[in-house]
Design a binder for this molecule. Structure first.
Ligand code: HPA
Length: 275
């Protein structure tokens, strides 16, 4: 069923937009304005593509923006669909699968995340080294789409080592101290309790968010080289005494957006050597 939806959407996009992206980028909460920095050639809303899930929350516009960034043919998705919106986890990974079938080779995922690691601070950026996924269903559950990838994909190197090295050197060049850590995905939409955060710390997580990990798993399955960067927007529940709020998350990411945009721009250009 989802295979047919994917093929219908692909067929539509290929006819409508003759563009072969090299890099696909997903922009997390508060980071959507990066799209304004690109040389745009075409744009289409998820809702105008047959069979596509559409984001239901403010700040996640749900569109594909095709164009060039630092000389690289790129497609940017400001906003994503989340599991907590009520979508099946397979729906949340449909946009990136579609872009892989359009030709994208590298996937750059971004998000706003809560820090579990007490050494992190709001405004830090964390390069994701690995993840913990089993609190939400796998996006690979169900009949395997053999044309996308194998039934039992290896998850030893979900976040490409060479691409991470490039991110480290780009960050250093522009004066950003990039943190490294493990991201865990929760189902959301509620923030976690302090006891849950203590548990997540015990099992090895440095930061928590309500998406991204399932996307990275699906990306690994369908053969992307993936890189993910979290903008730390708040200290997770109990790590700081203050209550969690989406307003705090949005304010922190918006404040860091100009630096983040610079990092994303330069990173996209630097990744071109890997294409
Ligand atoms: N928890 C879960 N998701 C989040 C958080 C958090 O603290 N901050 C931003 N996204």
């Amino acid at each position: 069923m989802f295979e047919q939806r994917l093929k219908t959407a692909l067929d539509f996009l290929q006819k409508k937009i003759p563009f072969r992206p090299e890099i696909a980028i997903t922009l997390g909460s508060g980071l959507g304005r990066f799209v304004e920095t690109m040389e745009k050639t075409a744009e289409i809303r998820f809702g105008d593509v047959p069979c596509m899930p559409v984001p239901t929350i403010p700040g996640h516009s749900g569109r594909f923006v095709f164009g060039r960034i630092a000389g690289v043919d790129t497609v940017v998705m400001p906003g994503r669909v989340h599991f907590y919106e009520g979508y099946d986890v397979q729906d949340t990974v449909m946009p990136l699968r579609l872009l892989r079938l359009l030709g994208a080779k590298i996937l750059l995922l971004t998000n706003a995340a809560g820090a579990i690691n007490p050494d992190f601070r709001p405004g830090d950026f964390m390069l994701v080294e690995d993840h913990i996924s089993f609190l939400v269903p796998s996006p690979l559950r169900g009949k395997n789409a053999d044309f996308l990838g194998p039934r039992y994909p290896d998850m030893t190197n979900v976040y490409d080592k060479d691409l991470r090295r490039i991110a480290d050197s780009v960050a250093e060049r522009i004066g950003i101290a990039l943190r490294h850590g493990v991201l865990v995905q929760t189902a959301g939409p509620n923030f976690e309790t302090p006891a849950e955060i203590r548990f997540l710390k015990t099992i090895g997580a440095d930061a928590v968010y309500m998406s991204t990990v399932a996307e990275a798993m699906a990306a690994c399955h369908c053969g992307y080289r993936t890189i993910a960067i979290s903008c730390i927007s708040n200290m997770a529940a109990g790590v700081s005494a203050s209550p969690q709020s989406v307003e705090e998350v949005m304010a922190a990411t918006k404040e860091k957006a100009p630096v983040f945009n610079r990092l994303l721009h330069d990173l996209t250009g630097a990744l071109a050597v890997e294409l």
